[in-house]
Design a protein around this ligand. Structure first.
Ligand SMILES: NC(=O)c1ccc[n+]([C@@H]2O[C@H](COP(=O)([O-])OP(=O)(O)OC[C@H]3O[C@@H](n4cnc5c(N)ncnc54)[C@H](O)[C@@H]3O)[C@@H](O)[C@H]2O)c1
Length: 407
């Protein structure tokens, strides 16, 4: 878009520790590609990052803020992998300086921030894409094209369960994991639904997008249950039901408070077929007439989002996951908090036990995995099934005109 097609795309890296290292290694392990060039690094504590020495040895300038970078530099493209509360301001700053953006998921914390990012994108005439890596894969895009073409019949229900244990080290790796807000009052809303497993909530809405590759279904209502076992301010466990604006039921179950990994398990029901996926396996459509269609796996293609964004700057392709496509997930996250009036239920202390040694310790909620698996199988929210004293239902939130998260 901004660079002449023969020139390398100039890239600024924003956040290089943690997941930002994926962008670094994708680029630096492909030195023979001639289509990119690093022009700077923005990270206030860059020296703690695994790639610090290697990036320093390249002679790159380092900055604590993006504003500092733009005082003397410019870039065609920014890879933003900073904490959630910086996504919106950094995306807007980059766009205002004429830089295209690939920002890590989730897009941001609140719906009002997502709208600001889209407006900044429109004003700049650059792209603002979000790094949900599955959305860039052939498996997901082929399935989405078949859904849009009506080849599986009318979609009726999509559900995903991703039960992923996380340790005390995960929650202790920074000052924002599991946090609702930063000390400065910025919204973060970090949770499994908004971080580690956000992919799978987004994926269902993305697959149900009706207009072309970069669309997503809009939630008409959201009902959620939010719980926590860990000493955090937001939640580590949720089940939610989203009704889309064309009446498809989307169910999502995720937690970090259990002992064993399970999922993601995905089941998508259509009038003519059911599409299934389980960790490490393939997305397969099973038609009612006995036919099957194997879409392959969306796992293992994280690099595509980086190469696609370089190609998009050069005008060679469009980004599959735009800020607009990633915004319905934000509506769900915001409305889920509204659904429980921002009051997260603590699991009873007597039912939560610690497993493992400090540093690798998981807080496990007794009976939670069984409860969620039963609810998943019954297409129900856990509190609808009952059977556990700690269950607490949320209210249905109308999201038809959802424009502000108030908290
Ligand atoms: N796509 C994926 O599969 C995937 C996986 C993990 C994390 N993520 C996303 O990556 C983002 C970062 O998560 P993380 O777990 O790496 O976090 P982290 O806290 O472990 O690391 C964040 C990095 O950003 C830096 N940073 C902090 N403040 C900054 C600022 N103002 N400007 C620039 N850099 C800043 C930190 O120093 C650190 O290097 C989150 O949005 C997360 O959801 C995506």
């Amino acid at each position: 878009m901004t660079a002449p097609s023969s020139a390398p795309v100039s890239i600024v890296l924003v956040g290089i520790g943690g997941y930002g290292n994926t962008a670094v290694t994708t680029l630096l392990r492909n030195p023979l590609r001639q289509d990119w060039q690093l022009v700077g690094v923005v990270d206030p504590v860059a020296e703690k990052a695994a790639a610090y020495d290697e990036l320093k040895s390249l002679g790159l300038p380092f900055y604590a803020t993006l504003d500092d970078f733009y005082k003397t530099n410019k870039a065609d493209l920014a890879f933003i992998s900073s904490p959630i509360q910086f996504h919106a301001p950094q995306t807007c700053t980059a766009l205002a300086n004429g830089t295209n953006v690939l920002c890590e998921k989730p897009a941001c914390a609140t719906i009002q921030e997502a709208r600001q990012m889209a407006a900044a994108r429109d004003a700049a005439g650059r792209f603002a894409a979000i790094g949900y890596q599955w959305s860039y894969t052939q498996a997901i895009l082929d399935l989405k094209a078949d859904i849009q073409a009506g080849r599986l019949g009318q979609p009726r229900r999509m559900k995903t369960m991703a039960l992923w244990p996380r340790t005390d080290a995960y929650y202790g790796r920074n000052n924002w994991a599991g946090a609702r807000q930063s000390p400065q009052g910025d919204w973060i809303l970090d949770s499994p639904a908004h971080n580690a497993c956000a992919h799978y909530l987004h994926n269902m809405l993305f697959l149900l997008g009706r207009q072309g590759q970069a669309s997503a279904a809009q939630p008409r209502s959201v009902q959620a249950e939010l719980y926590r076992a860990n000493p955090i301010t937001n939640f580590d466990t949720t089940a939610m039901r989203i009704m889309t604006d064309d009446g498809v039921e989307v169910l999502f179950y995720t937690t970090h408070a259990l002992s064993k990994f399970y999922g993601p398990e995905i089941i998508c029901e259509f009038d003519e077929a059911t599409v299934t996926f389980y960790t490490g396996k393939r997305l397969v459509a099973h038609y009612k007439n006995g036919d099957t269609k194997d879409y392959g796996t969306p796992d293992g293609y994280t690099h595509l989002k980086y190469w696609d964004s370089i190609a998009a700057v050069r005008g060679e392709k469009a980004m599959a996951c735009t800020i607009d496509a990633a915004t319905p997930q934000i509506v769900c996250i915001n409305a889920a908090e509204d659904s429980v009036n921002n009051d997260i239920a603590e699991f009873p202390a007597g039912l939560v036990y610690k497993m493992g040694v400090p540093g690798k310790q998981i807080r496990v909620m007794t009976g939670l995995a069984e409860c969620f698996i039963k609810a998943f199988q019954a297409n129900a929210l856990p509190a609808e099934l009952g059977g556990y004293s700690w269950l607490r239902p949320g209210k249905v939130v109308d999201t038809t005109h959802y424009n502000v998260f108030r908290g």
